[in-house]
Design a binder for this molecule. Sequence first.
Ligand SMILES: NC(=O)c1ccc[n+]([C@@H]2O[C@H](COP(=O)([O-])OP(=O)(O)OC[C@H]3O[C@@H](n4cnc5c(N)ncnc54)[C@H](O)[C@@H]3O)[C@@H](O)[C@H]2O)c1
Length: 509
Amino acid sequence: MKPVFDTDKRIRLGIWGLGRGATFIRSAAALNIDVIAGCDLHPHMREEFRKNVPDAFITADEDEFLAYDMDAVLIATYLPDHAKHAIKALEAGKHVMCEVTSFLTLADGVRLVEAVEKSGKVYNLLENYPFTKENMYLRKLYQDGFFGEFQYGEFEYVHECRGLTYAYNVGHGLPIEPGYTLHAWRSGLNYHLYNTHSLGPLMQITGLRPISVTAPKNTVFLDGTFPAGRSTSVAASLITMSNGGTMRNLMGTTTNDYHRNCRFWGTRAGAENINGLKIRVGASGYGVMVDMKAEWPEFGELADSMGHGGGDFWELYYFAREVLTGEPAPWNIYAAADVTAAGIQAARSMANNAQLTEIPDFRKQEDRDRYRDDNWDPRNPDFDPMHIFPDGHDPAITGNFNSVMLKLFPLHRPEGLNLAAQVYDGMKIFDQIGNGDQRHIIVERGWKLVQWMPEIAEDCRAAKVIADAYPDSMPGKMIHKLLERDEVAWVLDTEKSIAELKAWLRERW
Ligand SMILES: NC(=O)c1ccc[n+]([C@@H]2O[C@H](COP(=O)([O-])OP(=O)(O)OC[C@H]3O[C@@H](n4cnc5c(N)ncnc54)[C@H](O)[C@@H]3O)[C@@H](O)[C@H]2O)c1
């Protein structure tokens, strides 16, 4: 394959945080990037990394890592630490790519922007969703004037990540240790902070920046999540963009996953990307809606072979291009600050009864000065993922908490308790399901459940042991509520339910 860049220069890269961070190894080589070092606090993350990059320098010590001879650092550590880690890497003389989002408080934001400017190094936010085929094509059309002016949009990143409350993001998930603590930042997350995969694409398509936001509080949580003061399970906000248009931003953990849906209205044409890109032409609500097949501008084959619909390829591509040729990448520190500040201000709006809240522009000195000492922290002040059981709890009981919860809610898979719910609820609506293939999926999952029901019942009992020992703790209350679900009673009556299920399945297929 023809090389992407017309140069032999290579970029020596270290990866800091080896969960999501390690997924970039595959895209790197084709983009003149050599992964030569890795850093993670946890031995199992380092071991996994070593399997993929055996010759790399691998350490748990961030100072030793940053002292290593390399040009750039990719930061994929815990979200609240990104600004601190980016500033440290810039001060060590490295270019920085940083996973979403860029900072946790607006004061951190000002510090980071100024650290990037002072360093003279490249800083890119690793925001990948603007670079799907569909979003890149929409950008091209928008920049050509096809849509007219942006009027209104709905963009979504709805992703049920419950398992990541209990697990490290590696393979099918490894339970967090010690088992009686939760994930450092994903448990109790205010999803307004995780706004880049939905607001990011709109910013990229239109070139507009967000200027204010209002966000109502939603107090309805899914079982298996941790409701606390500032967390949300569904985060919806209305954002005013710099041209006066409006955007509805939606993130969260729900029972209806839409990783990257959008609906988009311009003054000349509209578009939607819900299971496929469609465009309405005719500068009118009566225009024709046509199905589109978006193509990559270039390097299609390479991009197609990488993660997140090619987005992971493009974010590394733009970074490498900027380091190698000086041509600016789209997600520089100012765009990163716009999108990150919008999330923080949405969380703040939510905490203040949906008060309309401005989104500062850190390109401007006066905005920096106004927020330089703003240390408002969007996390829950009364929720500590390290202390979810009462003092003096017995680790022989509580130490199983994460492994049991991860079995009930496995990472990104329709298994565990969700398998029981799918079959239980699927049976109720089965005869009205219009599509034969989909009926077949319910039946297939039913047979799977016949096999797995005894194990799921065992996991429910193991969870009950923990909840019964600490009924007033947050996990105790959460488990007891979870176990009240109808399908749990069904699964716990295992022998009878398996017999009934088998009879039902035989009749259907
Ligand atoms: N763009 C995307 O599609 C996407 C997908 C997944 C994750 N992410 C982002 O990637 C980042 C990492 O997420 P993740 O899914 O890997 O889960 P994670 O947050 O559990 O992983 C962070 C890793 O960093 C390590 N770490 C934390 N602090 C460290 C330190 N000081 N020194 C060394 N190692 C340290 C942890 O041990 C852990 O392995 C997050 O910011 C998340 O927002 C982005």
